[in-house]
Design a protein around this ligand. Structure first.
Ligand code: SAM
Length: 290
């Protein structure tokens, strides 16, 4: 087990038998962690490779590592995308850290009506750069082989429009529901809100093996495990999670029209970050073999 973990930023260089870390990682290893020549290190490239070796030169600006072996992790299946409404404050950092730890393949941050206000330009770029670093830190800390792709944030409506026009529309008629099931009467649910149109798991995978689910407190959402089991093996799962103020009823309808099946995450109302960790963990447990 290597003593340290480091990350291979694009500024690093990889030779036949050794690699040289970039200035940031070198500084961290030598000045912060006080790593010494001869100590072992695992260098993750975030794309499945892990270089195992020993520190040959402990220079605070450019650490050189003699590589003994390279391990390659297989791509996980299904690939899981977290479509996350950007919550206010620092919650997104927590969500990205946990999504990386649990093994999401991709995170698509989206602006929604009751989440973080739409931000653009430099402010958005610097936020995204900070988020990316948070994910890299999480990768290093937990030995994650694949750094999740962090897609450029955009409005939920734009993401849905792009995916519907790309042929991703899966919105089966209510009759396709198992046993012709329709949403139970609102009175049966304490929250009593209008539920989006019903769709079943088998129909939602009709889109090239993609299952889309939205964590929903609305009446008519089904237990997540039940929906995953009904879907069987899929190539990709897209999970949508709302902000602290929840998705609006109109957003739930739009998600449903894009083939997202509403799923319930237990009996309690979870905070947005807990809901993201919960749904990613259950998908990981129920859908992945290893
Ligand atoms: N403001 C809402 C309320 O008071 O009812 C709660 C929103 S919750 C903090 C944030 C998001 O987490 C929701 O939009 C939903 O996607 C998800 N969520 C939380 N608990 C859930 C549960 N038990 N089942 C399904 N989704 C849940």
């Amino acid at each position: 087990m290597p003593r340290y973990r480091s990350f291979l930023f694009p500024e690093a260089s990889v030779g036949a038998e050794s690699l040289t870390l970039d200035a940031r990682e070198s500084h961290h290893l030598v000045r912060v962690l006080r790593a010494k020549v001869g100590e072992t290190v695992a260098v993750l490239d975030g794309a499945g490779a892990c270089y195992l070796g020993r520190i040959a030169e402990a220079n605070g600006k450019a650490v050189r590592v003699d590589v003994d072996s390279v391990e390659r992790a297989p791509l996980q299946k299904p690939q899981v995308t977290l479509l996350q409404s950007i919550p206010k404050g620092k919650t997104m950092d927590i969500i990205l850290r946990m999504a990386t730890e649990i093994g999401a393949a991709r995170v698509q941050p989206v602006f929604t009506d009751q989440g973080e206000m739409l931000i653009k330009g430099e402010r958005l770029l610097s936020k995204v750069a900070k988020w990316r670093l948070t994910m890299i830190e999480s990768c290093k800390q937990c030995g994650v082989s694949y750094l999740p792709e962090l897609a450029a944030p955009l409005a939920l409506s734009d993401w849905l429009a792009a995916h519907l026009s790309a042929g991703g529309r899966v919105s089966p008629p209510a009759a396709a529901f198992p046993g012709g099931r329709v949403s139970p009467p609102a009175a049966a649910f304490p929250r009593g809100r209008v539920s989006p149109p019903a769709a079943d798991a088998a129909s939602a995978t009709g889109c090239a093996g993609i299952l889309r689910v939205v964590a929903s407190l609305e009446a008519g959402s089904r237990p997540l495990r039940e929906v995953l089991e009904a879907a069987g093996a899929v190539d990709e799962v897209v999970v949508a999670v709302g902000p602290e103020g929840d998705f609006t009823p109109a957003e739930y309808v739009a998600l449903s029209e894009a083939g997202f099946l509403p799923v319930r995450l237990g009996a309690n109302v979870l905070r947005a970050e807990t809901a993201a960790a919960y749904i990613l963990s259950v998908v990981d447990q129920c859908s992945r073999k290893a």
